[in-house]
Write a protein that binds this ligand. Sequence first.
Ligand code: MLC
Ligand code: AMP
Length: 498
Amino acid sequence: MIDLIALAIQHALRPAVIANDKTYTYQDILDASFRVAAALLQDTDDLQEARVGYMISPGVDYVAVQWGIWRAGGIAVPLCISHPIPALQYTIADSGVTTLIADHEYLHLFKPWVSVQGIRLIGLPSTDHTIVGYRALPDILQARRAMILYTSGTTSLPKGVVTTHDHIKAQVTTLVSSWQWSSEDSILCVLPLHHVHGIINVVTCALWSGARLEFLHPFSVEQLFTILLSGRINLFMAVPTIYFKLITYWELLPAHEQRKCSEALSKFRLMVSGSAALPESIMNKWKAISGHTLLERYGMTEIGMGISNPYDGDRKTGYIGLPLPGVSVRLMDDHHTVVTDDHPGEIQIKGANVFNEYWNKPEATFTSFTADGWFKTGDIAILEHGYYKILGRDSIDIIKSGGYKISALEIEEVLREYPAIQDCSVIGIPDEEWGEVVAAVLVPYHNIMDLDLINPWIKSKLPGYKCPRLYKIVPELPRNAMGKVTKNDLKILFIKKA
Ligand code: MLC
Ligand code: AMP
């Protein structure tokens, strides 16, 4: 039996998930996940790593389905609930999903095409009560593949990062011990559940620890404040953009409300920020509001979390901290030399937390590791007085917006399909709220183009967070002697003049 399920059995009668004003115990989730597993095992004893896609809103069903897939021996492929159909189709086809589980509200998205492709579609809540009852579930070894998460990179289309139950265990246990999780904790999940921040750091760490987990969906800063002030929650984890939104909201409150909020926030045990660089301004304002020095940590879909400021000890502004237990970190310069203090280099990671492979992409897997087995993150950092500090990324084509990693190349490829566009280039423009915002520079045929038409068009192709927010039209793109677009020159076009 996988360790997460064995632990849940130990916590059976404790409250696990609070959703829609209802409390579900660990036993409730074990039962519900058993029913999901039984439904999946209709005509086989073990899914044997078949990929099961699931499109479930954050809540108790999400957990039951994820555990159900694992208990049946499948690989869980969470689908982003805000993705348009082409993005969903890509994930489903690339991972080779054979069964799809969807909330009733999403079934209409899949019905017209999945059966044609031979994919079995199961709706939730299931009306098939015949699946309740006893049946044996397969014995799942920890080494088995458990999950595929899609991440953007320097290739145009997202790649599936495969993790085993052992990887997930390593990623979770290092955080549980470092951040002193316990069954007395209570956390609110506001993050999307197709990325590691939400899935590993919040949901799985909580349920591993026997803690309570509450969901807020859809995201609303007003409701977030209400829950944070309820006294039910003592742990919070978010991307810097969410802290920015909380600060903006707090600043508009009347003084007596501000005092009430600050008092409630100061009672939290821990508040964590990650997935993107935490600006000093957010760190300082949040400290003044809540009394908390945010714990900033660094991670990646391929490794879970790798580097973290200490729980006890000095949390340094502008630094991502020290290697987590079990994670080895080194910095490698352009000359393939491991660098020591005060010299910049690429962060490379080794440890039981590091994934083995991109799904069906042996070439990409091969090139993302060094010959001696270190994973190359593409992030450039420096080690100063024992703390790592991120300096940037080695690729200008990777954009981080609202904590989402976005490939400029993927957006360019979609834009090029637009009939009026002859050429284009996509870049990230620094922004205090979003980290970076996606900006597109377009070269239209005949120098004319109606920008109002492009937004609805691109929203039907790409998830909202990948859609450009800024546009500029130019007669031609600047290029270097090799013919490559000089993206740094394009950034200047968007710098606001004082
Ligand atoms: C949305 N908007 C944006 C935007 N996204 N504007 C600029 N840039 C963006 N990226 C605008 C919309 O157009 C809309 O404006 C308004 O903001 C609200 O849009 P929304 O889609 O409703 O956004 P919202 O729900 O408020 O979401 C914001 C958010 C979300 C911060 C909650 O982006 C989020 O959940 N981010 C977390 C992503 C995450 O989990 N990353 C972790 C990856 S794992 P209008 O005008 O239309 O109203 C990883 C590893 C690690 O990175 O280390 O953790
Ligand atoms: P993802 O591929 O979505 O998992 O995003 C991983 C990337 O997020 C990393 O490679 C970093 O570039 C970035 N990241 C995560 N945490 C931090 C942080 N604390 N500071 C700066 N960048 C971060």
